[in-house]
Structure formats: structure tokens, C-alpha cells
Write a protein that binds this ligand. Sequence first.
Ligand code: PRX
Length: 649
Amino acid sequence: MADIESILKEERVFLPPSQFASAARIKSLDEYARLYERAAREPEGFWAEVAKELHWFSPWTQVLDWNPPWAKWFVGAKTNLAYNCLDRHLGTPRKNKAALIWEGEPGDRRTVTYQQLHREVCRFANVLSRLGIRPGDRVMIYMPLIPEIAVAMLACARVGATHSVVFGGFSAEALRDRTNDAGAKLVITADGGYRRGKVVPLKANVDQAVKDTPTVENVIVVKRTGESIAWVPGRDHYWHEVIEAASDKHDAVPLDSEHPLFILYTSGTTGKPKGIVHTTGGYMVGTYLSTKWVFDIKEEDTFWCTADVGWVTGHSYVVYGPLSNGATTMMYEGAPDHPEPDRFWRLIDAYDVSIFYTAPTAIRSFIRWGEQWPMKHDLTSLRLLGTVGEPINPEAWMWYHKVLGGGRCPIVDTWWQTETGAIMVSPLPGATPTKPGSCTRPLPGVVADVVAKDGRSLGPNEGGYLVIKKPWPSMLRTIHGDPDRYVKQYFSEIPGVYFAGDGARRDADGYFWVMGRVDDVINVAGHRLGTMEIESAIVSHPKVAEAAVVGRPDELKGQGIVAFVTLKKGNDPRPELQDMLREHVAKEIGALARPDEIRFTEALPKTRSGKIMRRLLKEIASTGAAKGDTTTLEDMSVLLRLSTSSEEE
Ligand code: PRX
């Protein structure tokens, strides 16, 4: 019997439009299959060939040193990621091309060319050196989404400092704990940032945090809002003042391929944050290649990944992937609904964005706000759409395809994780026919499988655990300060392979369908069901915008299904609709999955990166209130509203 049962039936298939395919880097499924086969047969040769497209100060003596679960890639080689993102392009026509196009929430705009970015990064690298930052030192970055955040990261990479970006929406306590875990010497921040028209007091949070961070010696502050802030002379330095004195000449430091590039703390939907460690050479190669192939990136593209740089998606696909490819990357500081729910469409129209990459949670918000907003703008510059972060429900996929993509843009549903560093399973847009809700097939060089708990490979449509069977260049190397946890968390659950923590099945065509986190699986009368499939069935109802299902203890069935549902604008949460939705699910995927209870809510509790926190909903469904760890929750009031309403029942 399958470890997780699959009940979702999705039959729609979309071929890559022929015009897109003929101009794409990878043009057909055959070409993909050949590349896949080559990489599988000879992975080290495959990756070495990719790596040779980039700049190395000195070559490797060995492509891979795999002493499970410890990997070293491009052993002995020296490189520098900032050099590859900047210097490498300077002698080419990209020199005066826009590297970064940026818009602030208030509407201020900046365009930074490769040459300008290079100079800014060199200046800031000199500042870091002057403040005593040496290779291997840790630097915290706690900033709004402004060009300086990319400058700060690249300058760290240039001098060999290991950066740790903490999302600007996190609290002083979160910053403090991460700073202490990393043992950082420097914090780079701003006086504040803009979010929904309000100022986020970043510097005040830093002041609060560094009261209890003994390792921090200096704080650099970008003047973004001009609000008055507290100042500690000697410790605090204004960015614009320190760079003024710094030279714009700087030689990138040749770093060992395994030099730690960054630590990124995953907030996660469960458990305490962990510092995921990525190193230089392998991460560079993985993000470079995936950007090139998955986004089919071309010289003339304007690529907009909407993620904040505080998440891995922003590291890999706002900064390092696009810049190492010499592409134009876009950044927008603020909220998608400020001043109105069409801000993103305005931006796409204004800058002729051609590739747009966002999260299912954002797409479901767009659906809720209504298609009148995108309809007001010319979105014909778009040629490719992407999604990441959660399984995308087929109906949300269809909306993305029709309303934003005008039916002409392929969609790349990219499965990966903070831990994987780069995209692992995804369509190649000119080659792979897509199916709504499936992230399709692994990229060449990625050996993914769906297995049972004992490691046995499962057959078509049998649900099980998503694993990666061979090391890949951009894989995490460890958890900062806790190698045992690295082994336990990722390489112990299932013998001999990397365990991703996701449930999945593979269909008869070898397509992967991610069914959600295995911790969220619901056991109904002995049937183990993934959350994604039931949620997708609910979301396929025309009145529904978003749904989250959880299990709660049930004397008869083991677990009963409770669904938290938000409706599209203009629909009343009437009691009849609860019955209609329960029947709708039974009809779509079977009586087994019929929710025992439907609860309407204005909003769902999410992490700051937009993932639904089912753990909290589970508590609410079974006890009426959530008492567990809520530090990563985006909006506390959502939880309070949900808890109160349940207590009244
Ligand atoms: O559960 C999977 C889900 O997000 C998890 C990784 O989250 P994080 O480390 O925050 O990284 C997000 C950005 C890479 C995965 O274990 N996930 C991510 N992308 C997809 C997905 N689930 C289904 N389909 C996806 N495309």
C-alpha cells in the first residue's frame, strides 16, 4: 500500500507554445531527455562542463568529494561569486546594461548598470575590509528591499565574509537570536523601509537586538526614510558617509570553492530556525545553470522575482542567479496592494517585465482581489511565468495561465528548498509539457525519487516521500553549529538519501506532484492523505480563494478533516455554502476526503514568506486555540480571530 494516498485527478496538459520552444535554450523533450541522461551517466563531467562557463581563479583537482552526507564540490578550486556576477561582464557589451532596476514603495526609481554596481560593490567591499571584516567573518544584513541590500551581499561575497540576511519583517528578537547563533561582527541595516505606506523601524530593532549580541562591533545604516533614529557613536556608521571615503577599486578575493557564502535561517512552518549553510562554488554553479535553463534567460529579458532577498528565493533568483547570467533583475520594495491591488501589474507594464516569478500565496491573493486589476494594464511584455514556495492548486495555476499569461506564457512550477539552494524539479519552459499542479520532472543533474519509508522506490501514482539520491552542487553543507542536526534531519529518516520532508507522487509520465509536508499528512480511517489535494479540490469551487486543511482527532476515523476557507471578494460565508463545499470535495475527489467541518475565515495564518501554518490551524481545530510557537507568524490578529471564533462555538 502507498505511504500516502493520492486522490487528485488532473488531466489537463499544456504544450510549450511552438514559438516559445523554437527560441528557447532547451527546445524539446528529447533534448531535455538527452541532457538528463548525460548528467545521470556522468554527473561529474556534466557539472564540470557547466562550471567551466564561469570564472575560476584556479581550477579544481576533483569535481566531487562525497563522503555521505558530507559533500565538497570543485575541490581545491578558487573562485569568487561577486566576480562572476560583476567583473566577468565588464569587458562585454553588458558593461552598461541595467543589472538592477528598482522601484521603492513610494514610487522612487533607480537603475544600476553592471559597471555602476561593480563600483558600488568595490567601494563597500573596501568599507568592510576597513572595518576589520575578514574572510569567514559573519555579517548580518537586515534591510528593506533596496539596491544596497544586493550591494551588501555582493560585497560580503567579494571579501569572503559569510552573510546572513534576516528578513526586514522579522522582529528584534529574531534578529538577536540569529545574530548570536551566527556570531556576527557587523550588522548592515537601514533607518527604515516602507511597507503599505508605513515605515518599518529597522534601526530601532537593530538597537534593541544588539543590546544582547556581544560579538557585534559595528552597525552600518543606509539612510532610506530620513526618520530620526538613535545613534551610538563609534558603533554606528552611515552608509553614505563610509562609502564616500572608499575607493571604487577592489580585487575580488580568490576563495576556496567550499568557503561558506551564506547562512540563511529557515523560519519554517514547524520547529525552531536552523542556519542553513551554503558554500561558494557549488551554489554558484547551481543557481547559474537553473536561472539559465528554467527561466530561459536571454540578454533582452527583464526578470522579476518578487521574493524578498530575506528568503532563499531572493538570494538565488533576485541576486546571484540573474547577475551571474548577466541578466537584468528587478526589485520592488513594497506591498503588492499598495496603493492599490494593481501595483505589480503597473510595474510589469511600466518596465516591460518579460519573466515573472512569484508564490502561490501571492497568486491566490490576486485571485481574491479580482481580475479587474490585472485587466487594467498591458501585460503583453510577459513571456514566461514561474511559481515557488508551495504546491500550486490547479485552479490557481489556470488563473495564472489565463489571466496573467494571456494563455501564451509557459508556467514553470519550480520545486526546491532553502536547503537545495537552487531549483531541483521544474519544467524547462521550451521543452516540458506542463500539467497544472505538477512541478513536472527533475532538472538534469538532479536524481529525485518518490520512496516508501524503507527507501524502496514507489510505482506510478503511489504517494510517498520525496528524496534526492545523489549529491548536487548547490546542496546545503551543514546546519551552522549543529552538524548532528544536519545528519539527523536530512539523512537519517530514509536510508542513504536526502529526505526533503515533502510528500509526493509520480505519475505514469514521471511527473512529480508534491502533496505537502509529510508532517501535515492527515490519517482518515487508515488512509493517509496529503493536504494539497483536498485543498485543491476546495479551491476548484468558483467562490473559494484559498483553503487550508488539517486533521483533528476523531474517535471513529482516527482523524477528521477540518478546512479553513477564505472566499473570493463579494461572496458571503453562508452556512449553505459549507454543505456545498463539503459535497463539492466529495464529488471532485471522493467521499473519503469530505471535510467534517468547513470554517470560513478572512485570512489564514501564514509565515512571513507566505506559507500556511497548518501546525497552528491543527491546534485551533483540536483545542480551540493555538498556544505553540508563533514567532514566525506574519499577522497575529489572524490567529486571534480564528481562536476567538472557535471558543464561541
Ligand atoms: O514543501 C515544499 C515547498 O516549500 C518547501 C521549501 O520551503 P523553503 O525552504 O522556504 O523554500 C521556499 C523557496 C524555495 C518545500 O519543502 N515548496 C517549494 N516550492 C514548491 C513547494 N511545494 C510544491 N511545489 C513547489 N513548486
